[in-house]
Every structure is written in C-alpha cells, then in structure tokens.
Design a protein. Structure first.
Length: 253
C-alpha cells in the first residue's frame, strides 16, 4: 500500500486537536516552562512556541469558514502578548479555532498552500499535526516527551508525503532512488520514488518489476517516522538500510 488505508475525518482531527492542545497546555504546569529553550526549535523558548501556535490558531479561526479560496495572507505573531497575558490569549485562540473548525464542513471552499483541493478539510488536518509536533517540542523542552498517537502519526506521515513534499520538496533537492517507509507498529507502509529531488508516492499494485528495487528502507514506529520527517529526531534512531542520503529528500524540517 502507499497511503494509510483508513483516511481520517473531521471528527478524528477535531479530537486530535483537542487532545494535543491539552497536552501542550499541560507543559506550562512545569516550573519556569515558558522560559525553557526548545531544543528542537533552535532560538525558541516555550513562550515562543505558544506565540507561534497561538498566531496560527487565530489565523485559522478567521480564515477557515470564509468560503473563499483566495489567500488571506500569512499568520503573524505581531500583537501576541507576553508575560501573564500569553496563556489566556492562547486559550482564546484555541477556543476560537476549535469552534470555527467544528462548525465548518470539510468540503467548504478554503484556501491552502498545497497543490490539492482548496477545501476546509486541509485545515482540520493541518491544525491537528501542527499541534501534535509542537506539543512534542514543548514536552522535549521540559524533559517529558511522549510519542504521537499511532493513528495520528500515520496520517502525519501521509500528510508529509501527499501535501508538504508536493508543495515544497524536501530539504535535499537532488537524489534518485526508491524509498520504503514502514510503520512497524501498524500494517502501513509507503513507497516513494525520488528523482532529481522530486517526489512521487507510488502505488505498489502498479509498480513495474524493475521498479521494485529499493535503494533505501526505513522502519520504526509511526511516531518516530513522522518526527524524523519533520527533523525532530534523526533517522538513525530508526532502522535504516541502504542509501541514507535519500532520506533527506523526504525531510521537511
């Protein structure tokens, strides 16, 4: 197979958003958490993480239900408060985003930056993974990282392969070969062709015999696969065989 077999829906993503947001917010219960540096986001503190995610949440709340496919401009942290006002501001941004996503049908027209349908479900999914990865960042900052839940991480790998890479490509822009990613805590796997740095997600049922040769194979938990694709953990914590350099063509962070 290529993409995970059971595609998540709005209910799945909203549940993930609420769960991941609660876990990120819980980071602030640790003493001096907001001042803690975030190793996976150099030059950021946990307070910066909350400004960044809060700005994104406020932007989504204002955009997702417009029913328009024109770009509304980029999120900005301008005006994000500091000190004691930061967390109440973030809480309000989260509440507004959840409410907007909840009342917005997935097929409503909505701008996004990827080469795919301009509909709101993009943002239900995107917010879930934005919060999951940054929740992990925040937990790392206070020494309490937890893996991304398997079903969400599988969808996160899908999103990297079907959204991020077609939009922007990976960190490495050159390379040729076929890569297989295997989530060893599920029955899911993906085969990707890298050609001149461009990425094609392959349907294993239609591969020609000469295309089955793999240059690289990487396996690990779905969480570690997603985090590695985002550059949060090195690929060498997974099981890698073959040409490791090709994996940089799949990294988006």
């Amino acid at each position: 197979m290529t993409l995970t077999s059971a595609r998540p829906d709005k209910v799945f993503w909203l549940s993930a958003i609420q769960r991941e947001a609660a876990a990120l917010r819980a980071v602030t219960a640790v003493d001096d958490a907001l001042a803690s540096p975030v190793p996976s986001c150099p030059e950021w503190t946990v307070a910066d993480l909350f400004r960044h995610t809060g700005a994104g949440l406020r932007w989504v709340a204002g955009h997702v239900g417009r029913g328009e496919t024109g770009s509304p401009g980029a999120p900005t942290t301008d005006g994000a408060p500091a000190g004691a006002d930061l967390l109440p501001w973030w809480d309000g941004a989260l509440a507004d985003a959840v409410a907007a996503l909840d009342r917005t049908e997935p097929d409503l027209p909505a701008w996004n930056w990827a080469p795919q349908d301009k509909v709101a479900r993009f943002w239900h999914r995107r917010v879930a993974h934005e919060l999951a990865v940054h929740r992990w960042d925040g937990q790392v900052a206070v020494g309490l990282p937890e893996p991304i839940e398997t079903a969400l991480a599988l969808d996160g790998v899908d999103e990297v392969l079907d959204t991020w890479l077609p939009a922007d490509g990976g960190l490495a822009k050159t390379g040729d070969g076929v890569v297989q990613l295997i989530a060893d805590d599920s029955e899911d796997s993906w085969i990707v062709r890298v050609r001149g740095g461009a990425i094609s997600l392959l349907d294993t049922a239609t591969l020609l015999p000469e295309e089955h040769a793999l240059q690289t194979q990487v396996s690990g938990s779905a969480s570690d696969l997603e985090l590695a694709l985002y550059g949060r953990v090195p690929f060498d914590i997974l099981t890698v065989t073959g040409d490791e350099a090709l994996l940089d063509c799949l990294r988006v962070g």
